[in-house]
Design a protein around this ligand. Structure first.
Ligand code: GLU
Length: 312
């Protein structure tokens, strides 16, 4: 049985990119008669209040996308809010600690940026390993002044995987990423750890998400291996850009569902998105079930997709 998921972070109203993600995840799984899980990725509780999560569920229902397990429908794998699953992340962290792979990092944000480490394409810093070799005594002394973040020691080896849409992807974690965060200094668990623990615990076999997370996948593959958990298939799709080539964000009012819900029917939103993503022959309105017939990953482009001005 194929199990897919919607894993939105409710830090605002969903936009067209989030909708395309949910639509593709839904179609890909439903076409194989699989199950869909809704998980609310609200680790950052300050930025993700429950009212946004509730609004998100309402928006997904309005679009006609349904799911079999989730916050209000229930299921055997709850809680479906990441903010209520921290005990599981703690267990995974302890497993990695017992393997000797976790160390405390006292670097401030300013220190991280000042270190002469290269920057990744997404602007993140490749961690220079500043705290990697602190002795236990040095770490204990620093911990008196500042609570540390926790990092995973990554091996200097290439991790590769075949993405279901983008093909072969490889990365040397030591060179391209560095030791990455498992828990922030304020105690918040990192997305990379939480998403792996949850997808495995919820029996997810297929992860559909935007290509902006492609370069997170090698970190997640490493965690699956270290925690001895089965990795799902990953399918990344190209990003949706505004007509002038900007990345969509939740602050981008023109692409938010708050505006679209007043202006369009759900079938219009889905039909136009499916047209842009290559599997609706024209921009005519269609509901999710009608789109199942023409959906095919081979039709979805691999390059970023611009939304023509005035389409929505
Ligand atoms: N919560 C993430 C987001 O909304 C998605 C994480 C994932 O699909 O792995 O961007």
């Amino acid at each position: 049985m194929v199990v897919g998921r919607f894993a939105p972070s409710p830090s605002g109203r969903i936009h067209l990119g989030n909708i395309l993600c949910s639509l593709l995840a839904w179609l890909s799984v439903r076409q194989k008669d699989g199950r869909v899980v809704l998980r609310i990725e609200d680790l950052d509780t300050a930025r993700c209040p429950r009212k946004y999560a509730d609004q998100m569920e309402d928006d997904l229902r309005w679009l006609g996308l349904d799911w079999d397990e989730g916050p209000t429908v229930g299921g055997d794998n709850g809680s479906y809010y990441q903010s209520e699953r921290t005990a599981l992340y703690q267990q995974a962290l302890e497993k990695l600690e017992a393997m000797g792979l976790v160390y405390p990092c006292f670097c401030t944000r300013a220190e991280l940026h000042a270190a002469s480490a290269p920057h990744r394409e997404d602007g993140q810093v490749v961690y220079a390993g500043t705290c990697r070799s602190l002795t236990a005594a040095e770490a204990a002394e620093r911990a008196l002044k500042r609570s540390p973040a926790l990092r995973l020691r990554v091996p200097d080896e290439e991790v590769s995987f075949t993405d279901g849409h983008m093909g072969l992807y490889r990365e040397n974690l030591a060179r391209d990423c560095g030791d990455f965060l498992l828990r922030r200094s304020d105690g918040m668990f990192a997305y990379q750890l939480a998403v792996v623990v949850d997808d495995a615990a919820m029996g997810v076999t297929e992860v559909v998400r935007g290509a902006d997370l492609l370069d997170s996948t090698p970190r997640q593959q490493l965690l699956y291996r270290l925690l001895d958990l089965p990795a799902p298939e990953f399918i990344h799709f190209p990003l949706l850009l505004s007509h002038d080539g900007r990345r969509l964000s939740k602050r981008n009012a023109d692409a938010g569902l708050d505006v679209l819900r007043d202006r369009c029917t759900p079938e219009e939103v889905l039909g136009k998105l499916a047209y842009l993503a290559g599997f609706n022959p024209s921009a005519e309105p269609k509901n999710a079930v009608q789109l199942l017939a023409d959906f095919d990953w081979d039709r979805v482009p691999k390059e970023d997709i611009r939304i023509p001005e005035g389409l929505f």
